[in-house]
Design a protein around this ligand. Sequence first.
Ligand SMILES: [Zn+2]
Ligand SMILES: [Zn+2]
Length: 429
Amino acid sequence: MPKKKKRKEFQALKGMRDLLPPDTAWWDKLIKTGEDLARDFGFQKIETPVIEDAELFIRGTGATTDIVSKQMYFIKTAGGTSLALRPEGTPGVVRAYMENGLASLPQPIKLFYFGPMFRHEQPQAGRWRQFYQFGLEVFGDSGAVLDAQIIQFCFNLFKAVGLKKINIHINSLGCPQCRPAYRRVLLDYYRYRKDRVCPDCKRRLKENPLRLLDCKEEKCQPIKSQAPASVDHLCDECRKHFKEVLEFLDELEIPYFLNSALVRGLDYYTKTIFEIFWEEEGLAPGALGGGGRYDNLVKELGGKPTPAVGVALGLDRIVALMKKEEVKVGSEPNFKVFLVQLGLMGKKKSLKLFEKLHQAGILAAESLSRDSIKAQMKIADKLGVKFALILGQQEALDGTVIIRDMQSGVQETVPQEKVVEELKKRFRK
Ligand SMILES: [Zn+2]
Ligand SMILES: [Zn+2]
């Protein structure tokens, strides 16, 4: 007898996962709070496609960044075009800003987005290949006050979702006027010490010196800690800008930490950069998001010179923290009545009655898949509703419904068209 072929069991791909209840309640709370708050801060929602021309990220995010060189998902179309699943949100929003003529509207343009991003990295605790970001982007204003407003938004959002142990690490990377000089100073410093740094740092020395400050290798730490800081090599304009950002944060009483080793993994940043950390004793600090200014990116991608600043928050880590901190999320809907139905006619009329109650603002629970009255009454009892509405074959034919007071057990038959009115009368008592 031929061996029966085993049916394939489908699974989510490595590093991908389903978001399921009850976790989705935390997701909903976080996203809703973020969107409401963003609107309060004058931001409008934008959605861009998850697939873009790969070149957009190669030039935008940067060809030498880990995100593009190691983690980006490339898609080759049949026609040979190179596309990519977006590894981050900013380049797509910049493209949309240029393509849709947003630059000709009154500036600044303040946008927010939420959606999945994709990075092909080794899955580890809290890191997923499809992950979610919530981001803000402001175009067309170079003022330091906007850098501060974005940080203020983040701070408020974390407070609003019940996460209070938040610290902001902040730094300034300077601009095209002052950064080359700083780069030279940094290179000189590292060149003298290149025999003592890790292989990764030797590579960075050639490709991307700023990233030297990102090294997590133990052996590089003493060298890194003595390295020249970018804030000591800012031009007048960058120094003034950074000073203003810090003054705004002081004014808002937002705690921050000047971290001269903060460089962020992307190429496009200018001036202010920041990361948001959850800081708890005995716990390795983990960034929940970060952002900064990118005054040259629009121009780099083919637009007019347009100052811009933004932030992206990693929702997967934030939700995990909300769970860990047992943040309270919205409870069950507040059901007022329970619909008990019997027989096909009763079921049909129940659906209609449900609709009628819903329109009247009376939340009705039901168990339409159950046929036994006893089982349905049990659920009604468990939910603690005040009234059960019973619709059997007879009531369906008569156009009536039985209102049963769950506490006293008293029942009254009323016409279906009067049921909303009758219930409202009883709820008023
Ligand atoms: Zn500068
Ligand atoms: Zn190193």
